[in-house]
Design a protein around this ligand. Structure first.
Ligand code: T46
Length: 133
């Protein structure tokens, strides 16, 4: 099974332009407790490099693009986030890395939990040890 779980958001468009509405437990498959966005990422910078024990997220690039790499300890897959109508579901215990941010990239994340640093696994060796258990 692919690690890349794509969610298509239907744009509500009319002659004025487009609008996407994201609703918890509907287009987003969990209750949304937190929203954050990453922007003004410097050129050549990579982010992420961690997994979460419990947190689920949906990532959508509302402007610009970046490349998301997911790894579950067995396989590693990459996908371009390059559309405001394309979300990627990132399940718990999946390692993520983000690369190649365009200058205008605004990466929006919808999260199933409040921020908790104790939920992060930031060391890849620890992550592999945990998933192989
Ligand atoms: C993830 C990827 C996609 C907070 O205080 N509250 C928050 O809600 C978040 C997300 C971060 N922070 C603090 C923690 C760090 O001191 O902001 C700082 C930067 O966070 P971090 O280095 O974890 O950023 P990224 O871009 O590497 O990872 C972020 C999320 O943290 C992570 O959950 O899945 O984006």
């Amino acid at each position: 099974m692919s690690l890349i779980q794509l969610i298509d958001f239907s744009p509500l468009g009319d002659e004025r332009g487009s609008l996407v509405a994201l609703e918890g437990l509907k287009s987003v498959p969990f209750e949304i407790k937190r929203v954050y966005y990453i922007f003004a990422t410097q050129q050549g910078v990579s982010r992420g490099f961690h997994a979460h024990k419990r947190l689920k997220q949906v990532a959508v690039c509302v402007t610009g693009r970046c490349r998301l790499v997911l790894d579950d300890g067995n396989q590693r897959e990459a996908v371009w986030l390059d559309s405001p109508t394309k979300g990627i579901l990132i399940e718990e215990m999946v390692w993520r890395e983000m690369y190649d941010f365009s200058e205008d990239c605004v990466l929006l994340l919808l999260a199933s939990e409040y921020y908790d640093e104790a939920d992060y696994i930031r060391d890849y060796a620890d992550y592999i040890e945990t998933v192989k258990k």
